[in-house]
Design a protein around this ligand. Sequence first.
Ligand code: HEM
Ligand code: ISQ
Length: 154
Amino acid sequence: MSFTEKQEALVKESWEILKQNIPENSLRFFGTILEIAPAAKDLFSFLKDSDEIPQNNPKLKAHAVKVFKMTCESAIQLREKGEVVVADTTLKYLGSVHLKKGVIYPHFEVVKEALLRTVKEALGEKWSEEVGGAWGEAYDQLAAAIKAEMKEEA
Ligand code: HEM
Ligand code: ISQ
């Protein structure tokens, strides 16, 4: 299925809203990942030694923002080119980081669910099935590209 101009606009607009509260949204994103898959905590170097999610961890925040931004960027690429084109080294690099950290395919569904829930809660009344669908599709394509690199390296 091709990504429409409307879908791209929905993702961009909602990112503008999410961006206004990075501290809360990145914590919520991460909190939801751990709620669904508590054991995933040990994969993250910045969390290993703490019992709870640090409230104000700059690394966590920066990482969470990157994931959202990349998904947003992937939506734009999808519309313009019909495929995810992250700079080649970046995709390769992401593939190798995730492989090395021990991320497995089912984790991608967990992160997807957490991302979608975060978008939904952040948007409140502005959320719609259509917005959720657009983010879901952009994420799926990006995840597929990262998985392909992981496979390549494994
Ligand atoms: C690291 C993005 C999926 C776990 C990273 C980094 C980015 C990123 C940008 C930072 C790389 C660096 O600069 O070192 C993404 C994107 C994903 C995705 C865009 C999906 C589309 C996942 C999944 C998991 C995961 C499914 C599994 C729970 C991790 C871990 C690290 C990491 C453990 C290393 C963190 C650390 O200890 O420094 N990811 N990721 N990621 N990601 Fe993901
Ligand atoms: C890295 N990869 C996927 C999801 C993330 C969420 C929060 C912080 C880092 C992440």
